[in-house]
Design a protein around this ligand. Structure first.
Ligand code: AMP
Length: 426
């Protein structure tokens, strides 16, 4: 099979790495890709927002499957457009991608199909949103309805903070994404990421992970796209997974089919494990980054076979096997991130850092004058397997410390919660 992978981050490098191991694969193309992806795929320059150019490339190069990494093209309808040209695509339709593209849509779906989630209100004018906040009090959560590159959520500990977040949304801080807001109840508990591979009817559990969103050690400082992750998430016991499937995922699959938007692709549920059980915080309609990196390290089966089954509606006959080992990834970011990262610093020593059970996925790198240089906020994902999260953590940091990149930084405590659990023997 010839496969075209769209995207350029660490998530896509992990997908490319796993796809390239498939005996079914003839040629793997990636657009735009990055230098790490370039080691396992042929990089092509295509404008991802121009769907007809992508379709023409697929026809010229006899592409049998397009795998879409990021959310923006899915929400823009790339899967529908390519399918209209007769091209097979792994990723949800525009109608199904509303699960990520509109937080209000997802909340209404939850209400309609009795899916546990935070109580909420949807507002398209400032005055009524403010009145709702005043009535409910703090803590409370304000969310821009649309895609806001991970920045549209404010967990407000005071009413004033919530009102300021509403002002920012309606002032246009998030563009069209903030023209409507969801105001919701503040949930407490432990967060976990739960993934399912879906074919429109069947949802196959596809791994669990936990990530670290804050930039600083001890989960402090500003939010980021994610500074590290590990898999599996200890809080997702078999019982919790079964409840999540029954109470959240399966009603979502039935609900989406029921409204004429069956979901096929990766369904990524952000969960809060509360005293009352799992509650949905949000859906994403693609793999998480950096969660994908740890999932791909643990997946024992052929990813291409599984993606084909999802595209062909054959998941009811499939299973996915996972390594018993834990995987952990540490993000190396460029100084300045999550503000304005410094670009252009030279990265050396990746060869001596890699080894058995260790993979370094590229996120924001490029080649400049023959040297590998930083070209974004999150730059490298140093990823390792280990018998426990603690062992995977040791290996990942040992590898990371062999990388020569003085302008990079990372958190030193990725996985701390799971490691503490392991030490306590629970
Ligand atoms: P998101 O950008 O939607 O992933 O949300 C960012 C983070 O905000 C989540 O990972 C949670 O930590 C937090 N969050 C979102 N909604 C809630 C909620 N209703 N209660 C508590 N925390 C929340």
């Amino acid at each position: 099979m010839n496969v075209l992978l769209l995207g350029s981050g660490g998530r896509e490098h992990a997908l490319a790495w796993k796809l390239s191991a498939s005996p079914l694969l003839t040629r793997l193309y990636a657009s735009p890709g990055n230098p790490g992806i370039g080691r396992v795929a042929e990089l092509v320059k295509l404008d991802i927002s121009d769907h007809s150019t992508i379709a023409a490339f697929c026809q010229q190069n006899k592409i049998d499957l397009v795998v879409v990494g990021p959310e923006a093209p899915l929400v823009a309808g790339i899967a529908d457009d390519l399918r209209a040209w007769g091209i097979r695509v792994f990723g949800p339709s525009k109608a199904a991608a509303r699960l990520e593209g509109s937080k209000g849509f997802t909340k209404d779906l939850c209400a309609k199909f009795n899916i546990p989630t935070a109580a909420y209100g949807r507002f398209s004018d400032l005055a009524s949103a403010k009145a709702y906040v005043e009535k409910m009090g703090a803590p409370i959560v304000i969310k821009a309805d649309g895609l806001a590159a991970g920045k549209g959520v404010t967990v407000a500990m005071t009413v004033d903070e919530a009102l300021a977040a509403l002002d920012a949304c309606f002032d246009g801080s998030f563009g069209a994404a903030g023209a409507e807001v969801v105001v919701e109840e503040f949930l407490t508990g432990e967060e976990a990421s739960f993934f399912c591979l879906c074919d429109g009817a069947t949802a196959l559990p596809f791994g669990t992970a936990q990530d670290h969103k804050r930039v600083g050690d001890g989960d402090t400082g500003p939010n980021t796209g994610g500074m590290g992750a590990y898999s599996p998430a200890p809080v997702m016991t078999p019982q919790m997974t079964e409840r999540t499937m029954r109470e959240i995922i399966e009603p979502t699959m039935r609900g989406m089919a029921n409204i004429g938007a069956p979901f096929a692709g990766i369904l990524f549920a952000g969960l809060m494990i509360t005293d009352q059980g799992p509650k949905l915080i949000e859906y994403n309609t693609r793999f998480g980054d950096p969660e994908c990196q740890v999932l791909m390290m643990r997946l024992k089966d052929d990813l291409l076979v599984l993606l084909n089954a999802a595209v062909d509606g054959q998941l009811a006959h499939m299973s996915a096997r996972w390594s018993d080992e834990a995987a952990l990834t540490v993000v190396m970011a460029a100084r300045g991130y999550p503000g304005t990262p410094e670009k252009g610093s030279v990265i050396r020593g990746l060869e001596q850092a890699e080894g058995e059970g260790v993979e370094i996925f590229h996120a924001g790198t490029t080649i400049n004058g023959g040297a590998l240089v930083a070209n974004g906020g999150r730059v490298l994902n140093v990823t390792a397997l280990g018998a426990t999260v603690g062992e995977a953590q040791k290996r990942a940091y040992a590898a990371l410390d062999r990388i020569d990149w003085p302008q990079g930084f990372c958190r030193r405590d990725i996985g701390w919660r799971a490691v503490e659990r392991e030490k306590a023997g629970v």
